[in-house]
Design a protein. Structure first.
Length: 554
């Protein structure tokens, strides 16, 4: 196969124009072009009056060596790379006879899902321990918070089958380095589980919550058919770590909330970024971890049409382009970086807390992305020194301090919202003027259980640290210069967004094992090694491969 990159065609080109462009680009006849596969399709909207589609094409031609020779030195005509996934090994026939404990996977979000799937596909029969419920029961509990203000701390946006990614935009793209094409493995597994095939080639694929629910169930069924087990409502409350005469510590098992103990020599920690009680337990047991940067801020909502027109001009609403997204960044004068996070076109702002008497926001979209508002996090980067609790200015920061910092602002948001899980909100114009909002304008906030208008930045009871408020106030006009209408006076800010990423990192080595506990494999977002469905899935695959190497002595 031959790969052509940067093949450009007008937005409304005829179907036959693509084949004609390939023939012209390669200098072959139509009869010599045997097969065409669209590997990737993106668009360039910098000139709104002339938006173009950009294709990456894999094609088969009659005499590939001759065509490649003619285009030697052309960076956009090369042999197609081999993107097939290859397992590192499979279970030998005598593996069970050796009485090795089965590998454990703690957490069944995107990282745990792919770790368990790949382990099962290699014949290693993993046991998955998920503190939350299966996805459909979890969905009912999540809706209870959104509609009735009733929180289940063990079954919500953060905890349960599918992880936090289930209640998101379902974004399936990432900027991670991927020399082994593991993202392709993730996408292909999703397609087999029922995702539309377009996710294999569109530049920024997404699925949406409703479709993810069914896909997660099918992937669970595949794991179980291969000998794996998924046990729901099984919260791990302790780990058993033994230290030998040489001073080497290793995992030997876990203890569940109901008192059950499970022996294990390989444990994948795919916890997610909100497993605060588990982080505290691991820290108490001496598992090495360190504080890391994360971000805090608000959600902002605009009419989706405003964003579409600003990004696409006359082509707004075109079916190929869909609902427009954006990615913004501003470096404020106080040294803080402000950026858009988890932008959800045509979506809603959702209640994402997992702890009582706290308010956390996040964004979610369905596959159709046809809700009236666009929303995104507008967040400010913070460092461990910003949130340390001991008052010192030097030395290492306690890894648990970030959780305390998050809890403080989430509790403040709960109070400002009226102490009933409503979120505090404010119109953009009022936020910039420093005055409380009294009534909504044309933008109706989508957050449920509801929004209570207030002053998010009032000095005596601010919803965020003063430096964050200052930086966001400076960034919003700057963003308006990039997206016309971003500063619309009645756009709505909703607080607070605190769980952009894990506040700590459970540090690991190149073999994916904890630095000081052998057999413990920190993985995914909670361990500080991923950010989003795709990167978490890829990390789960790589960790599963390291577990297999250890189990199979590869």
């Amino acid at each position: 196969m031959i790969r052509i990159t940067e093949l450009r065609l007008p937005l409304d080109h005829a179907a036959e124009a693509l084949r004609a462009a390939i023939v012209a680009r390669l200098g072959v006849t139509d009869a010599e072009l045997i097969d065409v596969i669209v590997f990737k399709r993106s668009h360039d909207a910098r000139k709104k009056s002339a938006i173009v589609l950009i294709y990456t094409i894999d094609c088969q031609v009659a005499d590939e060596p001759a065509v490649l020779q003619r285009h030697a030195g052309d960076p956009h005509v090369k042999p197609s790379p081999d993107t097939r996934y290859r397992f590192v090994g499979h279970l030998p026939a005598d593996w069970q006879a050796e009485r090795k404990p089965r590998p454990l996977v703690i957490g069944f979000g995107p990282c745990g899902l792919f770790a368990a799937l790949v382990l099962a596909q290699m014949g290693l029969r993993p046991i998955v321990l998920e503190r939350g419920k299966e996805v459909r029961e979890r969905t009912k509990d999540t809706w209870a918070l959104w509609r009735q203000g009733v929180l289940n701390p063990e079954s919500n946006v953060q905890f349960g089958e599918g992880g936090a990614g289930t209640f998101s935009d379902g974004k399936l793209w990432s900027q991670i380095s991927d020399p082994r094409h593991l993202t392709r493995k993730v996408l292909e597994e999703f397609v087999q589980a029922g995702a539309p095939e377009e996710i294999l080639y569109v530049a920024k694929p997404h699925i949406g919550t409703f479709r993810l629910v069914g896909m997660v169930e099918k992937m669970r069924a595949q794991i179980e058919s291969l000998g794996g087990e998924i046990r729901f409502q099984k919260r791990v409350v302790d780990v058993r770590i033994e230290t030998d005469s040489q001073g080497v510590s290793a995992i030997r098992g876990v203890t569940l909330e109901d008192g059950e103990q499970i022996d294990a020599e390989q444990v994948v920690l795919a916890l997610g970024h909100s497993a605060r009680d588990t982080f505290a337990m691991l820290h108490e047991r001496g598992v090495y971890m360190e504080a890391k940067p994360f971000s805090i801020g608000f959600r902002i909502e605009h009419p989706q049409g405003v964003i579409d027109r600003a990004r696409y001009g006359p082509a707004a609403g075109h079916p190929i382009l869909g609902a427009a997204d954006y990615k913004l960044v501003h470096h404020a004068r106080n040294g803080r970086s402000v950026y858009s996070f988890c932008m959800c076109p045509g979506g809603t702002v959702v209640a994402a807390t997992s702890e009582a008497q706290r308010v956390v926001t996040n964004g979610m979209s369905q596959y159709s992305r046809n809700e009236r508002n666009a929303n995104a996090g507008i967040v400010v980067g913070i460092a461990p020194q910003d949130y340390r609790q001991d008052g010192k200015t030097e030395g290492l920061v306690n890894p648990l301090d970030g959780m305390a910092f998050q809890r403080h602002w989430e509790s403040r948001a709960f109070e400002l919202g009226g102490a009933d899980y409503k979120a505090p909100g404010q119109l953009v114009a009022d936020f910039l003027r420093g005055q409380a909002s009294r009534t909504l304008g044309t933008v109706e906030p989508s957050y449920k259980p509801g929004v209570r208008l207030t002053d998010l930045g009032r000095p005596e009871c601010s919803s965020l640290p003063a430096y964050a408020i200052e930086a966001i106030r400076e960034a919003l006009p700057a963003f308006d210069r990039q997206i016309k209408g971003f500063l619309m006076p009645d756009a709505v800010l909703t607080g607070v967004e605190t769980r952009t990423s894990s506040p700590l990192r459970i540090t690991r080595g190149r073999d994916h094992q904890s630095l000081n506990v052998r057999g413990l494999y920190p993985a995914g977002e909670g361990a500080g090694y991923a950010g989003g469905i795709m990167s978490a899935g890829v990390d789960g695959i790589e960790v599963a491969e390291s577990v297999a190497r250890a189990l199979l002595s590869l």
